[in-house]
Ligand binder design. Structure first.
Ligand code: PFF
Length: 451
């Protein structure tokens, strides 16, 4: 299998679009706004920024670098690069489990997004009365058949693209969708900023109030930083393995981070001014996008058309992220078990449909089934972002900083000496050795109330 020429991204723009496609997703359009809204606005944003710079970015660079060095799936990458006999391949296994947990709940939300495109078009969520939009959302998620069918439809759609392969599937789609995403987002921002109380919404997003901060909120912000950049679980390692040898990894990563942040801010700018103008609470939680947004848009001129645009935008963003999430098991099954890519994708799709159903049904048939007071949807979300991704992040930082060897890291990140980024490599090594792992561990333990 390994002797065969392995597929990869074919152009520099393709690398950027695919990597950004993974980072940008429901994290920006659904999670970021509701978490920022629920945790006090700009204070949360600031902590999230710090976590992104000190933890997310170095780990992302490390992951991509390791992946490109080995040019193979995450489990084999760690096996190949680690000193003989050390169990670092477990990092890849943790990533595989995390991918399953995340897709299980994520695909459900993507299902809602697709359903909402249809509902926006047929007008059934068009009402300025919050109770009506609330009832519409409740009826979607509490109907087992609808919830399942939308989720399975999404898995089928993404699986179909993955079967086309890395270059003709993932890369080709990302190159088309990313520019479209920015265009739609800018359109929505322009409308939102023209609203009466735009200033209040912006102040909420940009004026810090630290009264809501707590250890749990800091953990949430860090979890979001990982989730946003798709790091800590081998996704970026997998995409790194498709990177071109002449790609400047730190520069690409920085661009992806900046653009991803830009999308989150633009989503915030599109959402909060509208929410404030019509007197809704910014802290509505996960339902913000599905209950508040329709009610808000129903009061804007051309609101229905804009609502269709909004949910198409969310679907576009989610597609790139889903592709990268599902690519992790696909490439692991393909390369480790020797299955064809088609078979690997099929098995991934089917097993995700089974596991995902547990989340899809958590608001109906399985509503009474809880662990630690969380239903399965919330549990998978919490455990993946706040435990799996941080643990994976610590392991990757420690591996790149200590176990792999400084010279290997410097060589790989400078494209074998062709890029002059020695100082940057030293800064990154310092962060990966001493700062990121300690910070992640402290925040995680404190946030989970271990001490
Ligand atoms: N980064 C994606 C988002 O913000 O929506 C979610 C995600 C994708 C997380 C891929 C993890 C991952 F491996």
């Amino acid at each position: 299998m390994k002797q065969q020429k392995r597929a990869g991204f074919s152009s520099s723009f393709g690398v950027l679009a695919a990597t950004l496609g993974s980072a940008v997703g429901l994290g920006n359009i659904w999670k970021f706004p509701y978490l920022t809204g629920a945790n006090g606005g700009a204070g949360f944003l600031l902590i999230y920024l710090l976590a992104t710079l000190l933890v997310g970015l170095p780990v992302m660079i490390a992951e991509i670098t390791l992946g490109r060095r080995a040019k193979v799936n995450p489990i084999s990458t760690m096996e190949q690069l680690a000193p003989k006999g050390r169990p670092w391949w477990l990092v890849g296994v943790i990533g595989l489990v995390a991918a399953f947990l995340i897709v299980a709940f994520y695909s459900e939300v993507v299902g809602w997004v697709f359903a909402y495109i249809v509902k926006a078009i047929d007008g059934s969520i068009l009402s300025s009365d919050r109770h009506v939009t609330e009832a519409a959302f409740a009826s979607l998620i509490s109907n087992p058949l609808q919830a399942l069918l939308w989720q399975w439809g999404v898995l089928l759609f993404i699986g179909g693209i993955l079967m086309l392969g890395v270059t003709k599937g993932i890369e080709a789609i990302a190159k088309k969708l990313m520019p479209l995403l920015f265009l739609l987002l800018l359109l929505l921002c322009a409308v939102s900023l023209s609203l009466e109380k735009a200033g209040e919404g912006l102040a909420f997003l940009f004026r810090p109030d630290f009264s809501k901060l707590s250890a749990a909120v800091v953990l949430t912000a860090m979890g979001l930083a990982f989730f946003k950049l798709s790091v800590g679980m081998g996704t970026m390692m997998t995409y790194g393995s498709y990177f071109r040898d002449d790609q400047d990894i730190p520069l690409t990563t920085l661009r992806v981070m900046a653009a991803d942040l830009g999308v989150s801010m633009l989503a915030g700018i599109a959402i909060f001014p509208a929410v404030f103008t019509f007197g809704f609470a910014p802290s509505a939680g996960p339902s913000l996008v599905f209950i508040t947004i329709p009610a808000v848009f129903s009061q804007i001129p051309m609101g229905q058309a804009l609502m269709v645009v909004f949910f198409i935008l969310a679907a576009v963003a989610a597609t790139g992220a889903m592709l990268s999430l599902m690519e992790v098991p696909v490439v692991i099954f393909h390369e480790r078990l020797g299955w064809s890519r088609r078979k690997a994708t099929l098995v991934t799709m089917l097993s995700l449909a089974a596991l995902g159903s547990v989340c899809a049904l958590s608001n109906s048939t399985l509503a009474g089934f809880t662990l630690f007071n969380l239903n399965m949807f919330d549990l998978f979300d919490f455990v993946s972002s706040n435990i799996f991704l941080p643990v994976g992040g610590i392991a990757i930082a420690l591996f790149a900083g200590w176990a792999w060897g400084k010279d290997n890291f410097r060589q790989a990140i400078s494209n074998q000496g062709r890029l002059r980024n020695g100082t940057l490599a030293n800064v990154l090594l310092f962060l990966l050795r001493y700062i990121s792992p300690v910070l992640i561990l402290l925040v995680m333990l404190k946030g989970l109330q271990v001490f």
